[in-house]
Design a protein around this ligand. Structure first.
Ligand SMILES: Nc1ncnc2c1ncn2[C@@H]1O[C@H](COP(=O)(O)OP(=O)(O)OP(=O)(O)O)[C@@H](O)[C@H]1O
Ligand SMILES: [Mg+2]
Length: 282
C-alpha cells in the first residue's frame, strides 16, 4: 500500500516587479495525506497554488520548505524509485503526448523505463484498463478524441505501477459531454486499484461527487478541509461559502456541469447524474 504525506509545504517564487525582486509565497504551510482508495480534492481559485502543490508532488518543483514523504508498505520510497509510485495527469493531454509517436510507443516507453514487460500484449492490457480498444495502439495522438487522449495519459501514468496519482484539472480542457466519462474512469481505477488520488479542480460539484475529502486553498493556505459533503453543505470559511454558493447544485438531476439530460440522451452517451457509476466510453 502506497501513501503520501505532505507536511508544511512552502513554495516561494522570486519574481521581478519593475526593478525590484520580490518574494511571492505561492504555497504557505500546506499539509495533507493521500491514502490508498481515497480521493482528496484540492479546490481554489486561479492562482491559489494548486498546480504548484501538484508540481512539488511530481518533483517538477522543489519545495522551499516542508516535506513530501511517500511510503510503500510502511517503508519510505527512496528517491530513485519515486516516479514508480507517484505520477501526474495534466490538464492538456495533447501537450503531454508526442505527435510523431504512436500510442503504443507512448505506453511501452514508461513500461520499459521502469523495468516492466513492454510488449504489445502489455500495451493492449494498459489500453483495456482505461477502456480503450486495442486498435488505438497503432494510432497517433491527433487521431484520437480529447477524451481518448486523456485516457492514454492516464494509462501512461499507471504504466510504471504508480499508486499515487495527481490529476491537475484533468478534464477542464475536454468537451463537457465527455468530462464525466474520464472522471468516472479515474473513480473506477481509484476503487479497483486502490489508488491514492489528488484531484485538482475549480469545480466544486465534481469535487463533491468524486472525492472523499476536500481541501480548500486560498492564497496558498488551506482555509478549510473535511469530508466532501461537510465542506460543501456546511462551509465555514467565507471563501468556501462563496465557492459553494457559486457551484451548481449537484442534487438537481442533470445540472452537474450544466448538462441538459435531454441533450445528452439525444447524443446517446447519457452521462446524467444517475449514471455516475457506469463506465462511459466515447
Ligand atoms: N514558476 C513560477 N514563477 C513565478 N511565479 C509562479 C511560478 N509558478 C507559479 N507562480 C505563481 O504562484 C501562484 C500560484 O500559481 P499556481 O499555478 O499554483 O495556481 P493555480 O491554483 O494552479 O491556478 P490555476 O487555477 O489558474 O491553474 C500564482 O501567483 C503564480 O503566478
Ligand atoms: Mg493550475
Amino acid at each position: 500500500m502506497t501513501a503520501l504525506e505532505a507536511k508544511d509545504l512552502v513554495k516561494d517564487f522570486h519574481v521581478r516587479v519593475g526593478l525590484r525582486r520580490i518574494n511571492l509565497r505561492a504555497v504557505n504551510g500546506v499539509s495533507f495525506t493521500l491514502t490508498p482508495g481515497r480521493t482528496v480534492a484540492l479546490v481554489g481559485e486561479s492562482g491559489s497554488g494548486k498546480s504548484t502543490i501538484a508540481r512539488m508532488i511530481a518533483r517538477l518543483e522543489k519545495p522551499s520548505a516542508g516535506s513530501i514523504r511517500v511510503t510503500a508498505n510502511d517503508r519510505e520510497v527512496p528517491s530513485k524509485h519515486y516516479r514508480n509510485h507517484v505520477q501526474m495527469v495534466f490538464q492538456d493531454p495533447f501537450a503531454s503526448l508526442n505527435p510523431f509517436h504512436t500510442i503504443a510507443h507512448h505506453l511501452a516507453r514508461p513500461l520499459k523505463l521502469h523495468g516492466r514487460p513492454h510488449g504489445h500484449d502489455e500495451v493492449i492490457k494498459l489500453l483495456a484498463r482505461v477502456s480503450l480498444p486495442a486498435d488505438m495502439a497503432h494510432r497517433r495522438p491527433h487521431e484520437l478524441s480529447g477524451g481518448q487522449r486523456q485516457r492514454v495519459a492516464i494509462a501512461r501514468a499507471l504504466a510504471p505501477g504508480a499508486k499515487v496519482v495527481v490529476a491537475d484539472e484533468p478534464v477542464s480542457m475536454l468537451d463537457v459531454s465527455i468530462r464525466l466519462g474520464v472522471l468516472n474512469l479515474l473513480a473506477r481505477l481509484q476503487r479497483e486499484e486502490q489508488l491514492a488520488v489528488l484531484y485538482i479542480t475549480h469545480d466544486l460539484a465534481t469535487a463533491r461527487h468524486f472525492s472523499d475529502d476536500i481541501l480548500v486553498l486560498y492564497k496558498g493556505r488551506v482555509v478549510e478541509r473535511g469530508p466532501a459533503d461537510d465542506v460543501i453543505l456546511n462551509p465555514q470559511h467565507p471563501y468556501t461559502k462563496i465557492l459553494a454558493s457559486a457551484a451548481p447544485n449537484p442534487d438537481a438531476r442533470g445540472r452537474l456541469l450544466d448538462i441538459d439530460p435531454a441533450d445528452v440522451e439525444e447524443a446517446g452517451s447519457a452521462p446524467s447524474y444517475d449514471h455516475y457509476t457506469d463506465e462511459l466510453s466515447q
